[in-house]
Ligand binder design. Structure first.
Ligand SMILES: [Ca+2]
Ligand SMILES: [Ca+2]
Length: 154
């Protein structure tokens, strides 16, 4: 597994579409740049809690969106705020529990100084080996409660 120091900065040749094939243990640092970008994931296992990708500049107001190839957009997006756990895996599980996150729904939560986006699979509880976890930075508004899923996914 790669450590955070070994995260690779991926040069952006395709401005519009950043696609990641299913490589769970490859931790990517992705930068979209200005304008509308698509961060495309082939499936939910492509970025898991033990080595989550980091999006450095997600900006919904620019039109940046996540796309889950071959999956419908999440049924809802819930923001649950700061989780005070010792590890990211515990924080993820807490966030799922606190929101009673449903199957196929998405979640925003903070842990430490970072914000994470998770997409649940068809099983309601959090699974470290099944449910997508991404670190997102940038202009991420995270009021507590239900957010517009179309502001994050396309
Ligand atoms: Ca952008
Ligand atoms: Ca799940």
């Amino acid at each position: 597994m790669l450590t955070k120091k070994e995260k690779r900065d991926i040069p952006i040749f395709l401005h519009f579409c950043l696609c990641k094939i299913n490589i769970p243990n490859l931790e990517l640092l992705l930068t979209g740049g200005t304008g509308s970008d698509r961060f495309v994931y082939s499936n939910l296992k492509a970025s898991l809690v033990d080595a989550p990708d980091a999006i450095t500049d997600f900006d919904s107001s620019q039109g940046d969106r996540f796309q889950l190839r071959s999956l419908a957009i999440p049924t809802e997006l819930i923001s649950v705020g700061l989780q005070r756990d010792n590890t990211l895996i515990e924080a993820s599980a807490s966030a799922y529990t606190h929101s009673s996150l449903r199957a196929d729904a998405a979640l925003l939560f903070s842990w430490g100084s970072k914000t994470y986006l998770s997409v649940n699979d068809k099983n309601p509880g959090f699974s470290p080996s099944q449910d997508l976890i991404l670190e997102i930075a940038g202009s991420v508004g995270t009021p507590i409660g239900a957010l517009n899923v179309n502001d994050y996914f396309a």
